[in-house]
Ligand binder design. Structure first.
Ligand code: 5RP
Length: 217
């Protein structure tokens, strides 16, 4: 099965968790795009959605789904998003698409976070995928030095600006055996908006599309 097909299958599985008339948190990326397509095709009428990026907002609006301000919705019952890596404890690396900060905010505001991935994203220990860190532009060099001190090799994501007008440092080589500790350490560096470790607030459930069907973790 192609990776695109696996994304469609996991998107369909997530759709079964969506209740009509509710406000849904929606992540960012190609797997989420497949989910938005399935949601649109299903005809399920939401009360609206809270979006995690400008790209997702555009896609939701094109599908006729009203995008609501998180400041007005209160907590959400459900957030659906993809990931770049998932470990056996449902801790994640996210931000390959650069939307990590708003994704982390919507995840924090949601009572249930269902992560949808294909099996290529599942790892034993996080860290093969370079860890994205969103940084205020004036702090780029300072944060890079601090990340080196933590054992990483940061690289500026060339030509990329986040929805908040910041830059991304993609960091290789960090020891992520204790991802909660590393998430805390990185997020304390002045100038860091947030890092792409979703360990303190991981996913509540992971739906994994495999050749053999959907696995629930
Ligand atoms: C965007 C993200 C995405 O969820 C992550 O990059 C996975 O994307 P895709 O579904 O395209 O593989 O964190 O910031």
């Amino acid at each position: 099965m192609s990776q695109d097909r696996l994304k469609i299958e996991v998107a369909k599985a997530a759709l079964a968790q969506v209740e009509a008339g509710t406000v849904l948190g929606v992540g960012t990326g190609s797997t989420v795009n497949a989910f938005i397509d399935q949601l649109t095709a299903s005809g399920i009428q939401l009360a609206g959605a809270v979006s995690s990026s400008e790209a997702t907002t555009k896609r939701l609006q094109e599908a006729g789904i009203e995008v609501l301000d998180l400041n007005h919705t209160g907590d959400l019952a459900l957030y659906i998003d993809g990931a770049d890596e998932v470990d056996p404890n449902r801790r994640l690396i996210k931000g390959g698409g650069g939307a990590l900060t708003r994704e982390k905010i919507v995840a924090a505001a949601s009572r249930r976070f269902i992560c949808i991935v294909d099996e290529s994203k599942c790892v034993k220990v996080l860290g093969e995928f370079p860890l994205p860190v969103e940084v205020l532009p004036m702090a780029r060099a300072l944060v890079a030095r601090r990340l080196v001190a933590l054992g990483g090799t940061p690289e500026l994501r060339d030509g990329f600006t986040t929805d908040q007008g910041n830059v991304i440092l993609d960091v290789r080589g960090l020891d992520l055996v204790d991802p909660v500790k590393m998430e805390t350490a990185i997020n304390q560096i002045p100038g860091v908006v947030t890092c792409g470790l979703f360990a303190q607030r991981g996913a509540d459930e992971v739906l994994v599309a495999t050749e053999g069907g959907i696995e629930r973790r």
